[in-house]
Ligand binder design. Sequence first.
Ligand code: NAD
Length: 395
Amino acid sequence: MRITKQKDGTLLVPDSPTIPFITGDGVGAEITPAMQEIVNAAVQLAYGSSRHIEWKEVFAGQRAFDATGSWLPDDTMKAFQEYLIGIKGPLTTPVGGGIRSLNVALRQTLDLYVCLRPVRWFRGVESPIKEPQKVNMHIFRENTEDIYAGIEWEAGSPEAKKFYRFLHDEMGVTKVRFPETSGFGVKPVSKEGTERLVRAACRYAIEFGLPTVTLVHKGNIMKYTEGGFKKWGYELAQREFAEPLADGRLLVNDCIADAFLQNTLLRPEDYSVVATLNLNGDYISDQLAAMVGGIGIAPGANINYISGHAIFEATHGTAPDIAGADKANPCSLLLSAVMMLEYMGWQEPADLIVDALEQSFAHRRATHDLARFMPNGHSLGTAAFAQEIIKRIND
Ligand code: NAD
């Protein structure tokens, strides 16, 4: 059964929704079945036989290439388009050839303009900071614009020369220090792009009772791109969220990106929802993930809140060094599945999974990447860790 978007903007989720999934390459073969088994157990306990997920396997990456000769077959794209919500393991990035990155292709085709990364700490997980319990942030990274749009020309190429001639001759730009040996990139940041991102961040903050939305930017230097982001963000908030702003349910503020990165280490409790541009969001997501235990445990989703399309994903790569060794941590993908359940409105199984993870980490039982840093930590393989979580869900 298909999940659909209703006229009022909410999702209509049937009791047996079809969810397309990509197993993924490398450790994907281990973490994806582990994630599915845990999710099935949580849904079963929460709803008995009245609800369950119909998993539909679709292919991308190395596995797809080996089987079909295409890194991203049309059927896969169609499935994500048709069923709205999907989940994916990590994919091998093709080296050379037409496709820059499969993840980028998926994001662009479905116009998944928000990259959402919630960052929280689990008691028991080693952190490089003194008070990781104060970290609880939700990063809304703009996913389609900025210097990441892929508009760039290599130094010395005819395009770079032509572009420089245009800058110099038509725009009167004289500030390029070494024009002959410069590569060039273009940084588009639009009002519409900013507004749809900031709107999503404000709605999310209100829905989940989170106190602030902080616009993170470098508008002091890049006045018309990052400065535009800040200006349009504030204007949108004042225009569309006047009531929650007035009654104190929502506070919108801003912070310059470099100060923000310092502050996240010094006063992480000051931040809750963060709305930022593409490149800033990339740096911020990784730093915050490291503050709470690293990429093995950081979930993520790419979402278009207007069409409803969303792909939930492991944020790490295929980990070829440990693939097949029953060592991979399934938590990044599992917590992405928790985000997916929440997005579907299935909060009960989402909570069951998070509770089970909290208990397991508090008892210092985790996969090797986390357990090795826990005092008296007990290392479990991927499959054993999945069984541990299922046991705790059912207890
Ligand atoms: P990686 O994330 O695969 O690995 C970096 C390090 O983290 C390795 O030491 C690895 O063992 C460890 N690690 C990663 N995931 C782990 C997990 N779940 N549990 C325990 N340890 C884990 O990054 P890489 O080695 O740079 O990339 C390998 C491949 O993955 C490349 O083809 C790359 O393009 C691709 N990649 C895909 C995605 C994606 O699909 N989202 C993201 C990043 C990289």
